[in-house]
Write a protein that binds this ligand. Structure first.
Ligand SMILES: NC(=O)c1ccc[n+]([C@@H]2O[C@H](COP(=O)([O-])OP(=O)(O)OC[C@H]3O[C@@H](n4cnc5c(N)ncnc54)[C@H](O)[C@@H]3O)[C@@H](O)[C@H]2O)c1
Length: 248
């Protein structure tokens, strides 16, 4: 039980990587608050945890809303106890990747991916300081480390998350560790539309030395390591989990 006595708040827990992480944390003994902008999605993850015998709470909220971030922390503390762990998995990719996103599209991606990560972290900080051995794990991307076939807004938001992670790690040490994972293409609803195109998949897979896309559970395993006490001496890192994509 690698997360025994931990209370985790996971944003974007209704789908994909957030959901896989919520299920894995609960299986490892954590009590998990599952926050999503889509209320049925959060409820379904919390329900799956409960059915498996774990402790979970479903929360609805938008991470770009400062008061919603304060509320999610307040409810987690009231219902699950002292907060030890935050995972920022709420995120979006551009509706129309390309070299000239509209200003509205640029702003939507930056607001949710970057500002949402900061607002949720900022809201959780006092509770994490009080909870002891606190950690935050952010979802960046390979496109926070290198450029590539993604939109400018997405690459900018993820690059900023990598350096926000480092900055928070310095400012919030020694009480709160802050790390991020940088996944390659993972088989979640976010990438379904892309992977469904065989020409796209074939071309992109050529850049993956391991010859396949990742599974959500493989990202959850990396987040579990960073959030657990096994990583007690790890802060400020950006960990690629990408089948070797960024090695080339
Ligand atoms: N799937 C990949 O290949 C991949 C690769 C690298 C990085 N990532 C990053 O990992 C994170 C999770 O991606 P995923 O594949 O699980 O995506 P997903 O679309 O499956 O899940 C994202 C969840 O975030 C929620 N969400 C969106 N906006 C929100 C908001 N404003 N407030 C609260 N919740 C909100 C959505 O409702 C959804 O349930 C994202 O930050 C994404 O950029 C994903």
């Amino acid at each position: 039980m690698r997360m025994k006595d931990k209370v985790a708040l996971i944003t974007g827990a209704g789908s994909g990587l957030g959901r896989a992480t919520a299920l894995r944390f609960a299986a490892e003994g954590a009590r998990v608050a599952c926050l999503d902008a889509v209320d049925e999605a959060a409820a379904q993850t919390a329900q799956a945890i409960a059915v498996a015998g774990g402790a979970a709470l479903a929360l609805t909220g938008d991470v770009t809303d400062e008061s919603a971030c304060a509320q999610m922390v307040k409810e987690t503390l009231a219902r699950l106890g002292k907060l030890t762990t935050l995972v920022n998995s709420a995120g979006v990719r551009p509706a129309r990747p390309g070299p000239r996103p509209t200003f509205a599209e640029w702003q939507r991606v930056i607001d949710i991916n970057l500002t949402g990560t900061y607002l949720a972290s900022r809201a959780a900080l006092p509770a994490l300081l009080e909870g002891g051995a606190g950690s935050i794990t952010n979802l960046a991307s390979i496109f926070g480390l290198v450029g590539g076939a993604t939109g400018a807004s997405y690459a900018a938001s993820k690059g900023a998350i990598v350096n926000l992670t480092r900055q928070m790690a310095l400012e919030w040490a020694p009480k709160v560790r802050v790390n991020c994972v940088c996944p390659g293409v993972i088989e979640t609803p976010m990438t379904a539309g892309l992977r469904d195109d065989p020409a796209w998949a074939q071309a992109v897979l050529k850049r993956y030395p391991l010859g396949r896309f990742g599974q959500p559970e493989e990202i959850a395993a990396a987040i579990l390591y960073l959030a657990s006490d096994e990583a007690a001496f790890v802060t400020g890192v950006a960990l690629p989990v990408d089948g070797g994509y960024t090695a080339g």
